[in-house]
Design a binder for this molecule. Structure first.
Ligand code: NAP
Length: 366
């Protein structure tokens, strides 16, 4: 019998859910023991309920697994959430109340003061909020969240610069993939031969909340948000996967070109130091070519495909200090992969108990 940590996927038939299923195949620490979806799918075989949309076939071992309701009682310790915002909030809370560890992709709890909003490279210390959450809410389990997929690759690129030079102003124009809207998402008639210059709620998340919480500092039972201004234009473009972001930045202290490049080049955050299974080595790739990064060519770059942030085209900005491009995969690092890395950090830092930590340690050095 396997001694891996049992995990369940909520929303297993969706765009993010399928990514979880794909990425968890052969994971060294985790094994899927439950798949859940809506009542449209429950009691059906995964192969019958899920229109598999990823390259390669649906994992053979999961084809006959019967989908369950998204309710506590399923056989696992961790639940990975890929549920629509309209339903995720109370479902995730019910799991935490029942003692599960919830790694969510939805926005419902991202801004709760006692819920860690995590990019493991950026703010691993925010996991300490779990103690506050458990104390205040009296739950045996807990919830942690990843940011919106757009925020992820913005903040991943900015973090090494913020810690050295201090962000003052950020201006970002996004070119976001259609898979970011879930499946079936934006209709082909709306997106082919077109750009849709509106993504509901997206600009507010990027301008007002998520980067500031992620780059904020722990302060008592919450996070003191980082103090800088963001202006965002979010656009849906006819690309299947990966968000490309054109970013301009003004800093408290203006760095030289070499200092910016070195900040990315020598970035060696905790997940990379711990050699977590889903941590790309390195976390940030800088592409020197003048016409890169590009979604189709660069979204799977790096040692763990889809988990790195690819940056390019650093140049002076006549309005701000520097401008550049950042590219990242939205359903991998921006969703399922980000959640899995969060869970790996939890295991490595002892939040799942000694048995899990020991399992991770043994496998790491095997
Ligand atoms: P999606 O493709 O629409 O999938 C939604 C999933 O949730 C399906 O498995 C669906 O099951 C299930 N579901 C729907 N209503 C339900 C209900 N009432 N009870 C239980 N399950 C229900 O959406 P998605 O793109 O994967 O997004 C999932 C979440 O991740 C959203 O909160 C989204 O904002 C977030 N997110 C998405 C991305 C991305 O790139 N797509 C990135 C970051 C974060 P059925 O098949 O049975 O309907």
């Amino acid at each position: 019998m396997s001694n891996k940590i049992k995990v369940g996927v909520l929303g297993a038939t969706g765009a993010v859910g399928q990514r979880f299923v794909h990425m968890l195949q052969g994971h060294p620490w985790f094994e899927i023991t439950a798949l859940c979806a809506s009542d449209r799918s429950t009691s059906k075989r995964y192969a019958d309920a899920c229109k598999w949309n990823l390259r390669g076939d649906m994992p053979e071992a999961l084809r006959d697994v019967v989908l369950q309701d998204c309710q506590p009682g399923i056989d696992c310790e961790i639940v990975f959430g890929g549920l629509p915002t309209e339903v995720a909030g109370p479902i995730e809370e019910a799991f935490a109340v029942a003692g599960y560890v919830v790694c969510s992709n939805s926005s419902n709890h991202r801004y709760d003061p006692d819920v860690p909003l995590m990019i493991p490279e950026v703010n691993p210390e925010h996991l300490q909020l779990i103690e506050t959450q458990k104390r205040k809410r009296g739950w045996p389990g807990f919830i942690i969240c990843n940011p919106n997929c757009t925020t992820t690759h913005l903040v991943s690129a900015l973090h090494p610069l913020h810690v050295r030079f201090g962000l003052k102003k950020v201006f970002v124009v996004t070119m976001q993939a259609v898979s970011g809207a879930g499946y079936p998402g934006v209709s082909s008639m709306d997106i082919l031969d077109n750009v849709v210059p509106y993504i509901g709620g997206e600009e507010a998340k990027v301008e007002q909340k998520e980067p500031h919480k992620l780059l904020g500092v722990l302060d008592g039972d919450g996070v003191r948000y980082a103090d800088f201004v963001v202006s965002a234009h979010c656009n849906r473009v006819p690309v299947r996967n990966a968000h490309l972001e054109a970013i301009s930045v003004e800093f408290a202290t203006q760095p030289t070109e070499e200092e910016v490049l070195n900040a990315w080049r020598y970035y060696d955050p905790l997940p990379q130091q711990l050699k977590l299974p889903s941590a790309p080595q390195p976390a940030i790739l800088y592409d020197e070519r003048p016409d890169r990064p590009q979604p189709r060519l660069d979204r799977l770059k790096g040692t763990v495909p889809g988990m790195a942030t690819v940056i390019g085209r650093l140049r002076p900005d006549p309005l701000f200090h520097w401008k550049f491009l950042s590219l990242g995969h939205n359903t991998i690092r921006g969703a399922a992969g980000g959640s899995i890395l969060n869970a790996e950090l939890l295991v490595a830092q002892g939040y799942l108990g000694e048995r899990a930590s020991a399992l991770a340690a043994v496998r790491e050095f095997a």
